[in-house]
Design a protein around this ligand. Structure first.
Ligand code: C2E
Ligand code: MG
Ligand code: MG
Ligand code: MG
Length: 282
């Protein structure tokens, strides 16, 4: 044998790591390039009131389209932006794209809200509140038109997070905990964070009606949220069965392919008007 088996495996592992590192480096470079060359755009996914059918808001989701036409999703580029200190720049870009998209829409529909995802680095940054103030000043949005979504896993430093959340809420901006159930928040932590909304992770929604143990957890999470006064949003609703489950459990707002995929803002406006017309006809 030329190379001992252990060493060979080690070399293969090192090669795999190198490959991964190179791919990540090329995405980091692509991110910097995309920031300079406007390769980002935003799509909006409808948030629907389960009782009335009204479109009450939309979640803004960032997309990157490279010059080659290749579409890169946030699940891939957000973690790499986080590792390369690019999160603040991305969030700034996101907000200016939203400001451009919404135009006068929010001044004409004051109850409508846009949900914006922020990453851990934003949550722990001193700049976030002033970045949002800038956004509000530049756009036709008021604080009530904005919801900030923070994934449960982003709460690295709960005390710092709590201070940022307080600064958002004192401006009248609502704060949601996103992908709830994928991290390790306890009930008491959740209570002390002083949030407005809770979005249960899609994984729990998918278990509804399957008889799996996690399907029972959905009921517990809803009851817990109601007890501590958090409003709920169900994400990843794909079937009528999942929607009725949420409706029956008193969850008011839902999002998912059943109601609409992420779309361009003008398509969202048309969807809003279509739903209003449908409600008026009833
Ligand atoms: P999220 O905030 O939980 O967003 C929901 C994700 O679920 C979106 O994926 C959406 O397209 C997808 N989704 C919605 N309804 C359904 C459904 O019925 N079925 C299925 N299978 N999927 C559904 P997307 O756009 O790929 O975003 C992935 C995650 O990336 C987001 O999860 C969010 O955490 C993060 N993200 C997206 N945009 C941004 C951004 O602008 N900034 C930051 N910091 N994070 C972002
Ligand atoms: Mg979200
Ligand atoms: Mg989510
Ligand atoms: Mg999610």
């Amino acid at each position: 044998r030329l190379v001992p088996a252990g060493l060979a495996a080690g070399l293969a592992f090192a090669a795999a790591i190198l490959l991964l590192a190179r791919r990540q480096m090329s995405i980091a470079a692509a991110l910097r390039y995309a920031l300079r060359h406007d390769e980002f755009f935003v799509v909006y996914q409808p948030l629907v009131n389960l009782q009335t059918g009204r479109l009450v808001g939309a979640e803004a989701l960032l997309r990157m389209r490279r010059g080659t036409g290749e579409l890169i999703g946030p699940d891939l580029f957000i973690p790499i932006a986080e590792e390369n200190g690019l999160v603040g720049k991305l969030t700034e870009r996101l907000l200016s794209l939203i400001a451009r998209d919404i135009g006068m829409f929010l001044s004409e529909h004051p109850d409508f809200h846009i949900a914006v995802n922020i990453a851990a680095a934003d949550l722990h940054s001193e700049n976030l509140p002033s970045m949002l103030d800038d956004f509000l000043a530049r756009s036709h949005a008021g604080p009530r038109n904005l919801v900030i979504e923070i994934t449960e896993r982003a709460f690295v430093d709960p005390d710092l997070a709590r201070r940022t959340i307080a600064r958002l809420r004192e401006r009248g901006i609502e704060v949601a905990i996103d992908d709830f159930g994928t991290g390790y928040s306890s009930l008491s932590q959740l209570e002390s964070l002083d949030l407005d909304l809770l979005k249960i992770d899609r994984a729990f929604i998918q278990s509804i009606g399957t008889g799996a143990p996690t399907s029972q957890v959905v009921g517990y999470i809803i009851a817990m949220a109601q007890r501590i006064g958090l409003r709920m949003v169900a994400e990843g609703i794909e079937t009528e069965e999942q929607a009725s489950f949420m409706r029956e459990h008193g969850v008011d707002v839902a999002q998912g392919w059943l109601f609409g995929r992420p779309m361009a803002f003008d398509a969202l406006e048309r969807e809003y008007l279509a739903r209003q017309a449908e409600i008026a006809e009833r």
